[in-house]
Ligand binder design. Structure first.
Ligand SMILES: Cc1cc2nc3c(=O)[nH]c(=O)nc-3n(C[C@H](O)[C@H](O)[C@H](O)COP(=O)(O)OP(=O)(O)OC[C@H]3O[C@@H](n4cnc5c(N)ncnc54)[C@H](O)[C@@H]3O)c2cc1C
Length: 313
């Protein structure tokens, strides 16, 4: 057994921290500690941290913005890598933008707008890193980020070693709030990590883009409880019609009356599970299970989580 503290300090320097509360890094504000925690400021640091964990078979987790995950109260035994890589490459003659996976969507949309590049402004107000958005194919009712991805550069395992590969969007198998990476998570020994993404933008005037951004944001404010502590939509919509929206089914089943500890469902939108008052991750999971059972009993539909449970449960 290696001395993890010494090992990671040697590999990654003094920035490595230990027993760091994950609730400070996730939007739902629940969860225990990360045994080891490292903020990767660029793609090189991200790659280095993953390789360090891989060499010693230490479990690792890539944390983007933490807007769609629920870490367990027992925390994460291993290395949590907070991805804050933030480089974006714009080339004057091209409408393809290459973004590090740790860049926030808001920053990318705004900087691109300043160069008359749009297309993805429908994602305004979706809290996310580029990597997290591509992993979960984030989107609105009209479009998803996958529609704009040209290629992804990943760290992937081949023949028991990690290599960097570039793949096109077909390889990513984008579908509703998912991708090849999300579908295969846990099934493969090593889950590929997105290092950077080439996004095919559309040339548009900045003022038009800004107007679309405002429209998208206004629509979100009208329809989502953005002032409450949540992880966004908790369950996936089981179908495309209004009657098959998870929020509609949850509301119809009466989940807004349920409470477990400090966890509840938003009165404004039943698919937003919220942390009302010092909820634990256990409260959240129990409440979600109760809601799932209720929907199954009342509507005969088994809801599937959009969020992911992380760590030891
Ligand atoms: C108020 C609110 C509103 C929201 N509205 C929307 C919405 O309108 N539409 C929508 O689609 N979503 C919405 N969400 C959910 C959330 O914004 C998205 O799921 C977002 O894409 C999560 O990105 P993240 O960077 O926070 O990822 P995280 O939550 O940090 O991680 C999610 C998963 O992605 C993986 N991951 C992250 N980065 C990488 C990488 N570089 N390589 C491989 N895997 C990676 C993580 O390991 C984890 O498994 C909302 C959330 C909130 C809190």
């Amino acid at each position: 057994m290696i001395d993890k503290e010494n090992y990671f300090r040697r590999e990654l320097g003094e920035d490595v921290r230990f027993n760091v509360p994950l609730k400070d890094f996730v939007s739902l504000k629940v969860g225990g500690v990360a045994e080891i925690f490292y903020e990767a400021r660029d793609v090189e640091a991200l790659t280095k941290a993953i390789i360090a964990a891989y060499k010693e078979s230490i479990p690792f987790f890539i944390l983007g913005g933490g807007y769609n995950i629920i870490p367990s109260d027992a925390g994460f035994p291993g290395l949590v890598i907070k991805n804050i890589s933030n480089n974006i490459i714009f080339t004057p003659e091209s409408s393809v933008v290459i973004s590090d996976s740790g860049v926030s969507l808001g920053k990318l949309i705004n900087l691109a707008a300043g160069r008359d590049l749009g297309g993805i402004e429908f994602l305004s107000g979706v809290p996310s890193t580029v990597g997290g958005a591509v992993y979960g194919n984030a989107g609105s009712s009209s479009s998803t980020i996958g529609d704009f991805v040209k290629s992804v550069t990943l760290l992937i395992e081949r023949d028991n070693r990690l290599v960097i590969e570039k793949h096109d969007k077909e390889w990513m198998q984008f579908c509703y709030r998912s991708s090849r990476l999300k579908k295969n998570k846990g099934k493969e020994k090593f889950s590929p990590v997105i290092l950077s993404v080439a996004i095919q933008m559309i040339r548009r005037r900045k003022d038009e883009i800004m107007q679309s951004m405002k429209d998208a944001m206004d629509h979100k404010k009208r329809n989502q409880p953005l002032d409450e502590i949540s992880a966004g939509s908790f369950f996936k919509n089981p179908g495309a019609s209004e009657e098959m929206a998870a929020g509609y089914l949850l509301d119809k089943s009466g989940v807004k009356k349920l409470r477990v500890g400090g966890a509840a469902f938003s009165q404004r939108h039943a698919n937003f599970l919220i942390n009302r008052k010092k909820a634990t991750a256990e409260d959240v999971r129990l409440l979600a299970e109760k809601a799932r059972l209720l929907v199954s009993e009342k509507c005969g539909i088994n809801l599937e989580e959009e969020i992911e449970y992380i760590g030891q449960w």
